[in-house]
Design a protein around this ligand. Structure first.
Ligand code: NAD
Length: 329
């Protein structure tokens, strides 16, 4: 299926396609991806129904109706059932993209489907970012639904905190698996598809200000978030010749909707700062130059920019969205 869709993308870079069960006559019937390439090279229109062996494609020359800088793009977001992932996915959708929301939280994804209620541009898939097959299946779900992938945002992350001397190995390993291996598997899968399609692509890796300046008692979070910055830089260097851009966003503390900022985490932060739990959020907001509460929409706006053509010459960068808190880059 991937080779057929890639063949379609190579000759019709703006086409969308849905893989459906065959019914009725096709406008074009070919045996395989090579035959599809040859057939499309000989005609100027975009056939609406293409039968390739057992695969039937319902093709549309243009994107589902929408407006905004991301119209024509399909984006896949990890960790999109909660917090910043949900906020980023919502922002990409509002900017016109068709968005596959992925997460391990099946109930959260059902809620997403019900909230958006727009099957033309919102689709969900249960994906565990630490599992190779699960990630591949998630990308296939986007390909089957829209026939293409143009951008990804890696947002699934965890932040178990605590002092080093007592820190459990299992929590360290979990952090590496989700925050680093998860980003690696998502980036690798996107790269395979972007290269096969032949028209570039863009990735946004959600890191953190803790990737630039460590926060206290946060060993695995600091290490993995710093690692993500260098994943992005290395990939930007490696994939630039294929027109693939890779950038990071480093948010400051974002409380709204975040399950990382759960009562246990807030209690841990209160202990670390020597303040009461109810003082934690105002305390962190007060640490910023702007004294401004950062919202998921602020992070989404950065993601929209980085995935859009407005950032066509921006790659390997870290966009810090922290109301002015860390000053290293
Ligand atoms: N909230 C903040 O203050 C803040 C600041 C900087 C960076 N970030 C980054 O933003 C991202 C999201 O954080 P959040 O605060 O919104 O947290 P959150 O816990 O609200 O959301 C994380 C999501 O990731 C999902 N997830 C966990 N393990 C997964 C797995 N194996 N596969 C797929 N999905 C999985 C969870 O189900 C959840 O929906 C993280 O990468 C985090 O490092 C958050």
């Amino acid at each position: 299926m991937r080779s057929i869709l890639a063949a379609l993308q190579k000759s019709r870079p703006s086409a969308f396609a849905q893989v459906v069960a065959a019914s009725g006559p096709a406008d074009l019937t070919v045996a395989d991806a090579a035959a599809l390439t040859a057939a499309l090279a000989g005609r100027s229109d975009t056939p609406a129904r293409i039968q390739v062996g057992e695969v039937r494609l319902e093709v549309s020359a243009a994107a589902p109706a929408a407006s905004g800088p991301l119209v024509g793009q399909v984006a896949i977001v990890s960790g999109a059932a909660s917090g910043l992932g949900l906020g980023v996915a919502r922002g990409l959708y509002k900017a016109g993209a068709a968005v596959l929301f992925t997460d391990v939280d099946a109930a959260g994804l059902q809620q997403v489907e019900a909230t958006f209620n727009d099957p033309a541009r919102v689709h969900t898939a249960v994906v565990d970012v630490t599992n190779e097959q699960s990630v591949a299946d998630g990308f296939d779900a986007a390909l089957k639904r829209w026939g293409r992938v143009d951008g990804i945002a890696c947002c699934a992350g965890v932040a178990p905190a605590g002092p080093l001397e007592d820190f459990p190995l299992a929590k360290w390993n979990l952090s590496l698996a989700i925050n680093l291996t998860g980003y690696f598997l998502f980036g690798r899968e996107a790269t395979r598809i972007f290269k096969a399609q032949g028209h570039g692509g863009a990735m946004v890796l959600l890191s953190s200000k803790s990737g630039l300046e460590p926060s206290k008692n946060n060993t695995p979070y600091n290490a993995t978030k710093a690692g993500e910055l260098h994943l992005a830089r290395g990939w930007a260097l490696e994939l630039g010749p294929d027109g693939i851009r890779v950038n990071c966003i480093a948010p400051g503390n974002v409380f709204e909707g975040s399950k990382i900022w759960n009562p246990t985490y807030i209690a841990e932060a209160a202990k670390k700062k020597g303040i009461k739990p109810e003082e934690v959020i105002p305390h962190y907001i007060n640490l910023t130059a702007l004294k401004r509460d950062i919202k998921p929409d602020d992070i989404a706006n950065a993601a929209v920019f980085l995935l859009s053509d407005a950032a066509r010459c921006v790659t390997g960068q870290v966009l810090v969205v922290d109301s002015g808190q860390v000053w290293t880059r």
